[in-house]
Design a protein around this ligand. Structure first.
Ligand SMILES: [Zn+2]
Length: 404
């Protein structure tokens, strides 16, 4: 099993080696619960998910939750997924459990995110000096790397999210803007736990960067632009407050996560979690083969996806459904069709069927109808009728005919 590869430019963090000398009760607890690998992952800002997450295959029940997360891995164009449900229903565990299924992609090998395309567009000045030298010497600027799950820390400040000044570079009399969490999230999954409790300014910057796929930071005369093409995964407990409608609209799929109702499933879930806590490595080893198969299936579905077609006939059924539901946002179509394409790809097919739409429609279209907007439009319609009625009463008929 591969461990998360560290970000280029962070080699100096390698100094901390995992220790076997237990120095505190807390450390012992960490080792018992399988969290003793924390020294091996980069400690800088980006917030990677736990190195030994619960295996995805071992999650009991919750078919919608699992399906939505897999579709998001297969097709980032779905627009991510929002998980809604009370505490303790396994939302965060499920997101972190994707760790073993994450596919590989091609990404920049540079701390500043330089890419060969930058040179094609803006010449050698468009990349950092190191990359310019590498390019000139014929070395690649990109590496093959697994997608990561980046968790937004609960105490993240706007500067952490978009990036502040890089003190290391400033000390060497070179001014650079540090990559923020959004830049680290490029081509990764950005996980926002308790998304309804995140400060407005921060959530707005995340959604803007996600919608455009890049963002610019300015600090005085210095500015820098970064790519930020990531899949958003959010979770929230509706008991703790609503999400603003414009934020809700930005999430592709929506899954209502409820506690397991079948007593046998609850018992099985308890047993598996207990076994995992006792010995996470044994549990992971138990599911290793199935996890590998699942990861391969997702990688294969990702390969097929570009050739998956949506016929006009199937698309019309989808549009019809969206109109019947009185949904205004065009993101409804994008999510419905892109998730249906991912579903077909997952099933190793290159043609979307009505059955695919049927499987994904509830999670793509729920919570999209705005009662407020519908009431607003109908009230507005009444007001417009009143205006016309008064106009007709006040302005003489012959004058109106002349005007027209
Ligand atoms: Zn570079």
């Amino acid at each position: 099993m591969t461990t998360p590869s560290e970000l280029p430019g962070e080699k100096q963090l390698e100094g901390d080696q995992p220790t076997t000398n237990i120095r505190s009760l807390r450390e012992l607890m960490d080792i018992v619960s399988g969290r003793n690998l924390k020294d091996q992952i980069p400690q800088e800002d980006a917030g990677y998910a736990e190195p030994l997450p619960y295996p995805f295959i071992a999650l009991v029940g919750q078919p919608d939750l699992k399906l939505a997360l897999c579709l998001t891995l297969i097709n980032p164009n779905i627009g991510g997924v929002l998980l809604l449900g009370p505490h303790g229903t396994g939302k965060t565990t499920a997101v972190r459990s994707l760790f073993n299924l994450l596919p590989e992609i091609e990404r920049s090998a540079c701390f500043y995110g330089c890419l060969p395309e930058d040179i094609d567009v803006g010449g050698m000045d468009a990349v950092c000096p190191d990359c310019a030298r590498k390019y000139a010497e014929g070395h690649p600027l990109t590496i093959r790397d697994r997608v990561k799950i980046i968790e937004l820390p609960l105490n993240a400040r706007l500067e952490d999210v978009v990036g502040g000044m890089d003190e290391r570079a400033a000390n060497n009399a070179r001014f650079r803007v540090k990559r923020g969490i959004l830049a680290h999230a490029d081509l990764n999954i950005l996980y926002l736990d308790e998304v309804n409790l995140i400060e407005n300014q921060i959530i707005d910057s995340i959604l803007d960067a996600s919608a455009i796929g890049s963002y610019t930071v300015r600090h005085g005369p210095i500015s820098a632009s970064y790519r930020s093409r990531f899949s958003l995964v959010g979770s929230m407990n509706p008991e703790e407050g609503n999400l603003r409608p414009q934020i809700l609209d930005r999430f592709g799929l929506r899954v209502i996560v409820q506690g397991l109702t079948d007593p046998d499933q609850r018992l099985e879930a308890y047993r598996r979690v207990h076994a995992f806590r006792q010995n996470p490595k044994t549990t992971i080893a138990h599911y290793a083969e199935d996890l590998l198969l699942a990861a391969n299936e997702i990688a294969q579905a990702k390969n097929i996806l570009p050739s998956v077609q949506l016929s006009d006939e199937v698309a019309r059924y989808g549009i019809n459904l969206i109109q019947k539901l009185q949904i205004d946002s065009l993101r409804a179509e994008i999510t419905l069709f892109e998730s249906a394409r991912a579903y077909a790809a997952g099933d190793n097919r290159t043609m979307v069927t009505l059955d695919d739409l049927h499987h994904v429609a509830p999670m793509a279209l729920r919570l999209r109808r705005s009662i407020y907007i519908n009431n607003f439009i109908s009230e507005q319609g009444k007001e417009d009728n009143k205006i016309i009625e008064h106009l007709n009463n006040l302005i003489p008929q012959e004058f109106r005919q002349k005007k027209v």
